[in-house]
Design a protein around this ligand. Structure first.
Ligand code: BES
Ligand code: ZN
Length: 882
């Protein structure tokens, strides 16, 4: 493959030295809304552990003033000299004499900036009463606390914090701990907070602005508040309900009650990610916290519950027990992700959350981890400034999925007991992956490290091939063989092996395994007892993080059992999801995968359809490149319309009271797909509903908003485009805004409207930076859109880098992926490999190295797929009369 530009040599990154550590910070910050700067003073209790003539700590974008050091004997050094390294983001303070081990106090005066890059102590804009207003809040993970105060900004340096915020009178000031006192001096209010628990710097938080809140108490007495900017608190009721429930529920489940008297959850107008687990002051993107019964879609309501549950789980997993270093980031992210499902599963059964798990976690983990350029869960991290790209589907979705696998393997009780042991042992301290395995082994009596380390220390996951060797009198001999599953179907050069917990179910006992074993070797034979006429399913309940490939003899009855829904839903999902992945890896034929699709015509479950729909979308993306006149695409679309028509007609357009929310989700999904495939009747209806909604305010169900907006923009012209853009400007609700942006991006790439849209959003700054990536999603759905958006990306690299504050940021990388990864052309893959060389500085390029390789690998996989599956699809459609 074409080489990516030469790896930059760069300086080696160094962690802070171990001769000194902080014990306690007294911070005083005075934000200024006029200058967007803040005056700061940090007094830090620093313990000198080894004799030293200097002190090193982190800072970035701070203007450092006076520095002083008090020794234990009362001696004081003032006006200490310092040097600063911008690349290391380290201040080095020179001490006049060598200081022996002792407790000292370091004080530093400085000035910082309230930037608009959504990191550090940054500014957000909101409108109220027709005017623009500002508020300030923080985002410190991973390495941004140093932009707010000089500190030992690595997770292992836990300390306590006394925070004082000096703010304009009339504003609210919040921090992790409870307010201790508030006094007015002239026009300023001085707000002091209680001492925080012992914690890592990335968890410190402040918020200052005009806020309103809803308040509640958990049954066990924790004060919970939902804060918003003015005018939005009424959207906080659902969040209040979820969070008051979850705090006590987790306290019970973990066997450790929540550790603080209060927990605030605040919705921030400008926010880079979804949410952040600052201890006692959790911050959220508005769309991830606020809920409007009339406007929030089913999917989004579920997401709000999950995000809250995720962040609250972090209060134990992450805040109380923290990873020693970022290599073990999964220790908090993977577990918060698993706990969010566990909580929602138990407390909101109507959300059917474990069905959503399959597509949103399992399948998304598989997707990234089947690339050659994936990475292990435990990923070596040298420089944490290059870490943003690791917050990906490996750290989240794969970790989450292997936790689910382990929970099923050990049983929930033992799993829980192991986690409790781990939390007890490492509370207010730091841990590594091996510590977790030890705690789980202790609780279960099994060697968990031996089972699990293969899953966290090597990348990828296996596909298990199953062949039936003999069948006689209720006994079958099966051969199991594992090898790494790669998206392009190629062989794994590393010859990786896993310990794969295999479970088997059969028609007579479909809902729990009748046989289990661990596949440790490359190939193993297993004799099982099963009546001769029964089907046999491997990976019962799709709980294992592996794919299964059956021989024809085993597959056929499973496909039939799918058609008549004898196979349980989790297994139908697994079978279909594996089949399409195997198709894309050229290991099953188009014929086999599409027969399965046709067999699923009467499928009623959203989760199964959603997975099939992803398969359809990938095939659809590929056929777009099959020929210049789009004839294969047109034939495929006609085939899809015929295949989906019955399901769509059965679901109809109308939501009935008391209907299962999964049905509503399925309706949106199928209508969305049939409209995309060009069904005239459905597109006409979508356009009609769009106009009724926009022109006459006729309500449109939130689950149909995406499909209807999208169809109207694709089928409509200038008029619909203008109408939706005005709606974007006036609707005043974040989820509606996002749906509008995604739909606007689907406008015809040749109409000139994409130029207008991107200019409006990016150059004129009419769309918040936090939302810009949504624009890139629309064009990514068609060949002409892809060509347009990749061109745009190339021409506007500087503008985008500036907006986001660097190519290492997560949001920039999302744009890059949307702009390129759906393409299906070797020329684009090569451009992706080479594009950034010389255009971004070498150290930033390093942070893009893996994302670049992943994107070009995906593009090449698309090219390969077209070559292999294109002719097969053509022949299949012909054979069916299309
Ligand atoms: N700790 C993360 C937030 C974060 C992400 C900080 C990346 C720094 C870099 C937080 O707990 C989180 O995981 N948020 C997710 C939402 C969650 C439901 C998966 C997010 O922001 O998308
Ligand atoms: Zn998290």
């Amino acid at each position: 493959m074409a080489p990516v530009c030469p790896a930059p040599s760069g300086e080696r990154y160094e962690r802070l030295p171990d001769y000194a550590k902080p014990a306690h910070y007294v911070l005083r910050l005075e934000p200024d809304f006029e200058s967007f700067t803040f005056k700061g003073r940090a007094e830090i209790d620093v313990e000198i552990l080894k004799p030293t003539t200097k002190l090193k700590l982190h800072a970035k974008a701070l203007n450092i003033g006076a520095i002083a050091l008090h020794l234990a004997n009362g001696q004081e050094f003032r006006d200490l000299q310092h040097t600063y390294s911008d690349t290391a983001q380290v201040v080095e303070i020179t001490l006049p004499v060598e200081i022996a081990p002792q407790k000292t106090k370091l004080s530093i005066d400085y000035i910082g900036v309230h930037n608009d890059h959504m990191q550090g102590f940054y500014r957000s804009k909101y409108t109220a009463d027709g005017k623009d207003h500002w508020m300030f809040s923080t985002q410190f993970e991973t390495t941004y606390a140093r932009q707010a105060f000089p500190c030992w900004d690595e997770p292992v340096f836990k300390a306590t914090y006394d925070v004082t915020l000096v703010v304009d009178d009339g504003l609210t000031a919040l921090s992790n701990a409870m307010e201790k006192s508030s006094t007015v001096e002239g026009k300023k209010r001085i707000v002091k907070f209680d001492t925080s628990p012992l914690m890592s710097s990335y968890l410190v938080a402040f918020a200052v602005g005009k806020f309103e809140y809803l308040e509640g108490k958990t049954p066990k007495g924790t004060l919970v508040r939902i804060y918003t900017v003015p005018g939005k608190k009424e959207f906080g009721h659902f969040a209040l309900e979820v969070s008051t429930k979850a705090l006590d529920w987790y306290g019970d489940w973990f066997g450790i009650p929540y550790m603080m008297p209060k927990c605030d959850l605040i919705a921030i107008p400008d926010y880079s990610m979804g949410a952040m687990e600052n201890w006692g002051l959790i911050t959220f993107r508005e769309i991830a916290l606020l809920f409007d019964p009339a406007k929030t879609s089913t999917k989004q309501k579920t997401y709000v519950a999950l995000v809250i549950a995720h962040e609250l789980a972090h209060l134990w997993f992450g805040d109380l027990v923290t990873m020693k270093w970022w290599t073990d980031l999964w220790l908090k992210e993977g577990f918060a992700s698993f706990m969010e499902y566990l909580f929602v599963g138990y407390n909101y059964p109507e959300m059917k959350i474990w069905l959503h798990f399959l597509n949103d976690e399992l399948s998304s983990g598989f997707d990234l981890d089947s690339l050659k350029n994936s990475h292990p869960i435990e990923v070596p991290i040298e420089n944490p400034n290059e870490l943003d790209e690791i917050y990906d589907s490996i750290t989240y979705a794969k970790s989450n999925s292997i936790n689910r696998m382990l929970c099923f393997y050990l049983g929930e009780e033992k799993f829980k007991q192991g986690l409790r042991n781990y939390l007890q042992k490492f509370k207010y301290a730091n841990a590594e992956t091996k510590d977790l395995w030890a705690a789980l082994s202790e609780a279960s009596g099994q060697d968990v490290a031996a089972l699990m380390s293969g899953w966290t220390s090597q990348m990828g996951f296996p596909v298990v091939s199953v062949n039936q060797l003999t069948q006689e009198n209720g006994k079958r001999v099966l051969a199991f063989e594992q090898k790494r599953f790669l998206a392009d179907g190629s062989e794994d050069r590393a010859a990786s092996l896993w310990k794969v917990p295999i479970t088997l179910s059969r028609s007579g006992q479909p809902d729990e395994p009748f046989h289990r074993f661990v596949l440790s070797e490359k190939r193993q034979e297993e004799t099982v007892t099963i009546p001769d006429l029964e089907w046999l399913k491997v990976n019962q309940g799709t709980t294992g993080f592996y794919r299964v490939r059956y021989d024809e003899h085993l597959l056929h009855p499973l496909v039939t059992a799918t058609g008549n829904s004898q196979l349980p839903v989790l297994d139908r999902f697994g079978l279909g999801n594996d089949l399409f992945a195997l198709l894309f890896a050229n290991q099953v034929t188009v014929d086999q995968a599409l027969s399965f699709l046709e067999m699923s015509r009467n499928e009623t479950e959203y989760a199964v359809w959603r997975s099939l729909d992803m398969g359809i979308a990938r095939l659809g993306g590929m056929v777009d490149y099959a020929d210049e006149d789009g004839s294969l695409k047109k034939r495929f679309d006609r085939y899809l319309i015929d295949t989906l028509r019955n399901t769509a007609d059965r679901l109809g357009w109308t939501y009935t009271d008391g209907e299962d929310s999964q049905v509503g989700l399925l309706r949106g999904l199928i209508i969305g797909r049939i409209c995309r495939a060009g069904d005239e009747k459905y597109n006409a209806k979508a356009l009609e509903l769009f106009h009724k909604y926009i022109d006459s305010n006729v309500p449109l169900h939130a689950d149909l908003r995406g499909p209807v907006f999208g169809a109207a923009i694709r089928a409509g012209g200038d008029k619909e485009f203008q109408l939706l853009r005005s709606h974007y400007e006036t609707c005043g609700f974040p989820e509606v805004e996002r749906t509008a942006l995604v739909a606007l991006g689907q406008t015809c790439a040749k109409s000139g409207r994409l130029e207008t849209l991107f200019d409006y959003a990016i150059t004129q700054g009419k769309v918040r930076t936090q939302d810009l990536h949504s624009l890139f999603m629309g064009p990514a759905c068609t060949r002409s859109g892809q060509q347009w958006v990749w061109d745009y990306f190339k021409k506007n690299l500087n503008q985008l880098t500036e907006k986001y504050g660097g190519v290492q940021t997560m949001l920039f990388q999302r744009c890059f992926k949307f702009a390129a990864e759906e393409a299906c052309s070797e020329a684009v893959a090569k451009e992706v490999d080479e594009f950034f060389c010389g255009k971004v500085d070498p150290s930033s390029l390093k942070t893009l190295d893996r994302p670049i390789k992943q994107v070009s690998e995906r593009i090449r996989n698309n090219v390969k797929l077209l070559k292999e599956a294109g002719p097969q699809l053509d022949a299949y459609l012909k054979s069916k009369g299309y």
